[in-house]
Write a protein that binds this ligand. Structure first.
Ligand code: NDP
Ligand code: BG6
Length: 516
């Protein structure tokens, strides 16, 4: 079945599963084709989309980077990557062979106009030879410092606009989008000089995770939860994004980023806005993004004084993780031995709106914590009156609902139940829903899902410019305070749940961090 037939089928079948919508003919142009992201995420995602028959015959890939390679070298390199990543097998080889002929590579610097001239020629060739219909999806998998150069290069060579009414030109921009609020605004201005906002797909791979999307399903498809999802019933919220890995080979990148820019400004803000947002009127890109922006606008902007009181930053020291002894952050390759870059952040935020007034949100993220876990936990208030003697409920915690984003994707409800036996004792128990057990399907990888969405033109799971800006409004005062005020940097032993200062932050409110 060709794409055009598929599109026609979709037109007459409004119940067609959107998940199975194939991509239209297009050229996927990767700036940064010799880099880490391309090899670890983009190529495997392309391979899986091809295996799921979601890429049409008129699909081509053009890689652009400085490393010297010809088309065949590039094809071979991509094949090796995919096979190394667990792809391969007879079927995969067959599919791969059928479309790898449409892979091209351009070796060139983004500063050099000739790179874009050659790109233009290759795109025209592919339209003629492979039927790619003048559709383009550019992907900026390059260091953020080169984003403006590539964007300006595309515009200077008229590669930023569709060449016919039926064609599309879109651009996917990787994180981080800006280094702080001002640079994000500057980058946005550069983007908008070349592209209309409708062409721009700012990616945050957390939005491609099934379980992040499940926050919306849980909240807005069920009558059971939403009525309690507010200040009347919720005592506080905890968001945890914990990683057991260190900075690995990305030390020099991480030195410029730190946990606040790397995780909080994007992944945490996305999960936070989906947790806090009001129900959207419609489940479309702008319906959802309007509500997310409104939620972020309600988050307290911290003064320098409050940064000192409500935010903890820290760096990992040596320790043990998963039975292995690991080095401290300052000993990592590419890291300044006197670095003050944070690898851990914990903070308390207030949300000033009708739904959440008085419900603090505690956020923590860090590298070299005991395990990899991302979760959102909503802790309920205690019942107004407990008609039990204290010894009957000594093992009863406050009820909670925990959205486990990864791993062990699912939902846990903690509530009190009677302990069997003659005595009347109540203890907290868990009711667990495991995604993997309920749906025996393999969930698509985040990049696979998001690439297909960008090819189809569905921007729901991409970040709009006002969302990025609002997230920076929240994060920027922390960066400013850390730079200009005397804010201490704590340390924590690798393999622990962070510095004691983060526990003190909770203890000051008579609360404690969950042990995920
Ligand atoms: P790498 O450093 O591994 O790759 C950078 C790529 O850009 C290389 O292909 C390099 O080509 C190319 N490049 C850099 N400068 C130029 C230039 N002046 N002209 C031409 N090509 C150039 O980076 P990553 O793949 O790790 O990251 C890419 C982007 O993705 C970044 O924005 C990063 O923040 C983001 N990201 C990465 C993640 C990851 O896990 N790696 C996760 C989330 C986001 P060459 O080496 O051939 O010169
Ligand atoms: C990336 C960060 O955006 O997300 C990395 O740059 C981090 O530092 C990664 O390790 C975490 O992603 P995931 O999907 O493993 O939670």
């Amino acid at each position: 079945m060709t794409f055009n037939n598929a599109a026609a089928d979709e037109d007459v079948n409004p119940l067609a599963d959107p998940e199975e919508r194939p991509a239209p003919p297009a050229v996927f142009i990767i700036f940064g084709a010799s880099g880490d992201l391309t090899s670890r995420k983009l190529m495997p995602a392309i391979e899986r989309l091809a295996l799921r028959r979601l890429l049409p015959p008129g699909f081509a890939v053009v890689g652009v980077a400085r490393t010297e390679m010809n088309d065949d070298d590039f094809r071979e390199r991509m094949r090796e990557l995919v096979e190394k990543g667990g792809g391969g097998g007879a079927e995969a080889r067959h599919v791969w062979d059928s479309f790898v002929g449409a892979f091209r590579y351009i070796a060139g610097d983004y500063d050099d106009p000739d790179t874009f001239e050659r790109l233009k020629d290759v795109l025209a060739e592919l339209d003629n030879e492979r039927g790619t219909a003048e559709n383009r999806l550019y992907y900026l998998a390059t260091p953020p410092s080169t984003f403006p150069t590539v964007i300006k290069g595309l515009a200077a060579h008229d590669l930023n606009r569709p060449t016919s009414d039926d064609a599309f030109v879109r651009i996917v921009i990787e994180k981080p989008f800006g280094h702080d609020l001002q640079t994000a605004l500057d980058l946005d201005a550069t983007v908008h000089e070349a592209f209309d906002e409708s062409q721009v797909y700012r990616i945050d791979h957390y939005l491609g995770k099934e379980t992040v999307q499940n926050v919306l399903a849980l909240r807005f498809a069920n009558a059971a939860f939403e009525p309690t999802w507010n200040r009347r019933y919720i005592d506080h919220i905890q968001i945890t994004v914990a990683e057991s890995i260190g900075v690995e080979h990305r030390g020099s990148f991480y030195e410029q980023a730190g946990a606040l820019r790397d995780i909080v400004q994007n992944h945490v803000m996305q999960v936070l806005s989906m947790t806090l947002m009001e129900p959207p009127v419609t489940f479309d890109a702008d319906g959802i993004r309007d509500e997310k922006v409104k939620a972020l606008k309600a988050v307290e902007i911290l003064t320098p004084e409050k940064v000192k009181q409500q935010v903890v930053r820290a760096q990992y020291a040596r320790g043990w993780v998963g039975g292995d002894e690991v080095i401290g952050y300052r000993e990592e390759e590419g890291v300044n031995p006197h670095s003050t870059t944070e690898t851990y952040v914990a903070m308390k935020l207030r949300v000033d709106n009708w739904r959440w007034a008085g419900v603090p949100v505690y956020v923590r993220t860090g590298k070299r914590l005991p395990k990899r876990v991302t979760e959102v936990a909503l802790q309920f208030k205690r019942v107004p009156h407990l008609p039990f003697a204290p010894e009957m409920v000594k093992d009863l915690e406050a009820d909670s609902i925990v959205l486990r984003i990864q791993p062990d994707e699912g939902i846990t409800l903690r509530f009190g139940a009677k302990v069997p036996g003659q005595a009347f004792r109540v203890r907290s128990v868990s009711m667990d829903f495991f995604y993997g057990a309920a749906f025996l399907e393999e969930t698509p990888d985040a990049y696979e899902r998001l690439l297909l969405d960008a090819l189809i033109g569905d921007a729901t799971l991409f970040i709009r410019s006002d969302e990025v800006e609002q997230a920076w409004h929240i994060v920027d005062p922390l960066l400013q305070a850390w730079e200009h005020e005397d804010v201490p940097l704590a340390t924590y032993e690798s393999g622990t749940w962070g510095p004691g200062e983060a526990d003190d932050l909770m203890a000051a409110d008579d609360r404690r961090w969950r042990r995920p």
